[in-house]
Design a protein around this ligand. Sequence first.
Ligand SMILES: CC(C)(COP(=O)(O)OP(=O)(O)OC[C@H]1O[C@@H](n2cnc3c(N)ncnc32)[C@H](O)[C@@H]1OP(=O)(O)O)[C@@H](O)C(=O)NCCC(=O)NCCS
Length: 186
Amino acid sequence: MTTVTAPLPDIDEPLADDIVMMRWFERKDAAALVDVCRDPEIPRWTYMPDDLDLRSARAWIDRRSQARRLGRSATFAVIDRSLGVLGGQCGVALDRTRNAGEAFYWVAAPSRRKGVASAALRLLVRYAFDTLGLERVELKIDPENAASQAVARAGGFTYEGTLRSDQPFKGRRMDSQVWSRLPTDP
Ligand SMILES: CC(C)(COP(=O)(O)OP(=O)(O)OC[C@H]1O[C@@H](n2cnc3c(N)ncnc32)[C@H](O)[C@@H]1OP(=O)(O)O)[C@@H](O)C(=O)NCCC(=O)NCCS
């Protein structure tokens, strides 16, 4: 990823549809973040630490704000509108040399299988193309993670292939399925 110092443009209002509302993380989300990340399925498939406490959750939120100010990534807290609580996160890390971004997401256990990830990814992709002006959004998914692959498919992403031993991931090397979406895709 390149170092870009221009802050990402702010959003005038939260990104929203009938299922989710997406806004920037705030320090007040720390307790909910700790609670949600107790579910081992989140650290199992994502870079979220598996020992998050209130202090490290606040630090995690501060790093998200800093990354946005530095123009490196945009991470949204996803509010599950049916429950009115933090239902997940969804964001994109930018590579301005390629004018592309890598999206990422997780959904809290009580909010799963209700279309939350698909809705969040749809809104994120629109933000990435329309607000950030990216020309490609990609996903890197563990070949064993069937649920995430279903989200990619539901979000209109195209599977491009699998990179072998693509990246270090929590003490092992991970193969990555690459999925992409372009502004011209239907
Ligand atoms: C993967 C994850 C984000 C899915 O979130 P979700 O809100 O339940 O997903 P949605 O309700 O939007 O479902 C989207 C599609 O995935 C399918 N799906 C969801 N969970 C699934 C599962 N466990 N197994 C198979 N398919 C699944 C849904 O049926 C739906 O398919 P459809 O469009 O054909 O109906 C969630 O399970 C999660 O956070 N897992 C742990 C973290 C993780 O894997 N993050 C992604 C790392 S790449």
